[in-house]
Unconditional design. Structure first.
Length: 238
């Protein structure tokens, strides 16, 4: 369905004014249409419920983030690219600051709004990695996605109180948590690489043990303590 940009903007502006002035609980799609002087049937075609307004808010922010992000950052380190993408989002959020703060406050008392915002945040997290040209595949990709969202969430709590023009406090917080996440991811990747090798060595050691049992005579003496064969790692007890 093709949307009417003019009608849609008038409705969204009225939604913003209503939430900021009266709160989320006072939002009525029919009342918004009446206040915006839009026929209710036309308003329904643009926004079917009040959650559709919230989705449109996130879409507008994501679009502004894409327009603000510099694609020439492709040669920079991954953490720098991700930092720029998330900061581009915070810059885009500045134009809707009052509305975002009002919705965040309302979400504390409205589980449905909270769930809706969380679902939208997960989609935004995927955008963070995609635009930053960071692979979301596999174990590392899942860790990166969750790490990016965690860093964003921590920086968001600072952004809500950061009234500076350059968002210096928000930038500092985001940079700190992205560095922590990068360090944690490297450790996780090392563990992920080590575990298969440990498992292979354990299976190899068990195989040698089974083979020796079949060929050993009944009077064989079991040596006291573990032995190390050719420097291989002895199997760990379960």
């Amino acid at each position: 369905m093709d949307h009417n940009p003019e009608i849609r903007q008038r409705l969204f502006d009225q939604f913003s004014q209503t939430v900021i002035a009266e709160g989320w609980r006072s939002v009525s799609c029919a009342e918004i249409a009446t206040r915006a002087n839009i026929d209710i049937k036309l308003a329904f075609l643009e926004y079917r419920d009040r959650f559709a307004y919230v989705s449109d808010l996130v879409r507008r922010i994501d679009t502004a983030m894409l327009e603000a992000f510099d694609p020439d950052m492709g040669e920079e380190p991954a953490r720098e690219r991700l930092f720029d993408v998330i900061m581009a989002r915070f810059d885009a959020m500045q134009g809707h600051r009052e509305l975002i703060l009002a919705l965040n406050k309302a979400a504390r008392y409205d589980p449905m709004l909270t769930l809706h915002l969380l679902a939208l945040s997960r989609l935004t997290g995927e955008w963070f990695l995609d635009i930053s040209r960071i692979s979301p595949a596999g174990f590392s990709g899942m860790a990166r996605s969750k790490g990016a969202l965690l860093a964003y969430a921590r920086a968001f709590t600072v952004w809500m109180e950061d009234d500076s023009a350059d968002l210096a406090k928000t930038m500092a917080t985001l940079d700190k948590f992205l560095k922590r996440g990068e360090t944690a991811l490297r450790r996780a990747e090392k563990i992920a690489c080590i575990l298969p090798r440990i498992g292979k060595r354990c299976r190899s050691a068990r195989g040698r043990g089974k083979g020796s049992d079949k060929t050993a005579p009944d009077s064989a003496v079991v040596s006291e303590g573990p032995s190390v064969d050719d420097g291989s790692m002895a199997p760990m007890p379960s």
